[in-house]
Design a protein around this ligand. Structure first.
Ligand SMILES: Cc1ncc(COP(=O)(O)O)c(C=O)c1O
Length: 392
């Protein structure tokens, strides 16, 4: 049986190779930053990281991780309710809740497990969950675990959402879930419309703000702050693995009763270890740094606007948006992968995304801007892309 499995998987892997769609893994030999040393490529400009504020190698963020490791050791060796919770978890959760403007928060080892720990737990039998059709894979998979009725609504379409909610008016608990920033398109959820529809139709609104946290709003509080709607989204999930230090971890933030309920019932809380104290310590410090330096968020927003403009001037048509994700459509999957390979030869690391992550024919280079980038570095990227445009 094992031999058969190996043969089948090897054949499939070979077909990825033949089609030019095989993902490549690159070894980094220095910390993640605007520039990093990559095995076989030397120093490369990183344009594919979610290290939006450049905090993953910030000296105080690193130091806070070391300090937490010294103070608490590697971990409890079990689940929080069985083996205890470190103070750093409580501190981090308290700070996160205050920052996003809700009563309480609960950390998880990733935003993936935060979504998976939240959605099936609150969408039990008899409920209805409505999810934007372009939501992140973690939400799609979490929705697959629900016993409730589940449906998608058209991407960013509050009208379609309202119609579907009205058609299910008899359902007791209605839950709507959306990304704040859509990770492949870089566009934002139409939050003002979603808030209005959910309030009118008495649905709970959940927003995963993984790509909005630290990026959007005047002070980086995310998509809700961007739309002047702080405190109006019922439940927020987000990651600590992007702007907030870039290590790992995620959280759910919302009313105290929800967090209390998740502590009792969420499977990805009750049956898995807590966030390592090292990571909790670094994330806590990353948040402190962000709160002390809201100007970094402005810098990031300005650099992204400027980069989009430079791309347009060079003849590209990046997808519109206000996030730090700038997708440039290049055609089919193999072309996107070839594009990123050629960029790497020029010392620039950008990832090509193709089918099945995005529809065939809409494969893209996804460029992600960080406050750590200089304009010179960004201009270099535009020049390299322009050079490659003629490539078949
Ligand atoms: C919208 C969204 N949600 C969740 C995740 C998963 O985050 P994590 O790496 O913390 O599991 C991602 C990561 O790519 C994301 O983009």
């Amino acid at each position: 049986m094992k031999d058969r499995l190996v043969t089948e998987l090897s054949t499939e892997l070979e077909s990825f190779r033949q089609a030019g769609t095989m993902k490549e893994f690159h070894g980094l030999q220095s910390p993640q930053d605007a520039l990093a040393r990559m095995a076989g490529h030397g120093e490369v400009l990183i344009l594919s990281s979610n290290n939006y504020l450049g905090l993953s190698n910030h000296p105080q963020v690193v130091e806070a991780g070391i300090d937490a490791l010294r103070r608490y050791g590697a971990g409890t060796g079990s689940v929080r309710f069985i083996c205890g919770t470190f103070e750093i978890h409580g501190e981090l959760e308290h700070a996160l809740a205050e920052w996003v403007g809700v009563e309480a928060a609960l950390s998880f080892v990733s935003c993936w497990t935060a979504n998976e720990g939240l959605i099936p737990t609150i969408a039990g039998e008899g409920a209805l969950i409505l999810s934007d059709e372009l939501n992140h894979a973690s939400i799609i998979d979490a929705c697959r675990l629900v016993k409730a009725k589940r449906m998608t609504y058209r991407h960013g379409d509050a009208k379609d959402l309202r119609e579907k909610l009205r058609a299910n008016a008899g359902v007791g608990r209605k839950i709507v879930i959306t990304d704040g920033v859509f990770s492949m398109e870089g566009d934002l959820a139409p939050l003002p419309d979603l808030v209005e529809v959910c309030q009118k139709e008495e649905a709970v609104l959940v927003m995963d703000d993984s790509h909005g946290t630290g990026v959007l709003g005047k002070t980086g509080r995310g998509t809700a702050e961007h739309f002047n709607l702080l405190g109006q989204v019922d439940v927020i999930t987000s990651t600590l693995g992007k702007a907030l230090g870039g290590a790992a971890g995620g959280f759910v933030a919302g009313p105290k009763a929800l967090i209390g309920y998740l502590e009792q019932k969420s499977r990805t809380q009750l049956f898995t270890n807590a966030l390592p104290p090292t990571v909790a310590g670094s994330a806590r410090e990353a948040l402190r740094q962000l709160q002390a330096h809201p100007e970094w968020v402005c810098e990031l927003q300005e650099k992204t606007r400027w980069f989009r403009q430079e791309l347009r001037q060079a003849g590209f048509a990046p997808l519109d948006g206000e996030s730090a994700i700038v997708p440039v459509i290049v055609g089919d999957t193999a072309r996107a992968i070839r594009f990123s390979r050629e960029m790497l030869k020029r010392g620039i690391f950008v990832t090509g995304f193709g089918y099945p992550v995005v529809p065939e024919g809409k494969a893209r280079i996804r460029i992600q801007i960080s406050a750590a980038h200089t304009r010179e570095q960004l201009a270099r990227a535009v020049r390299a892309l322009a050079e490659l445009r003629a490539m078949a």
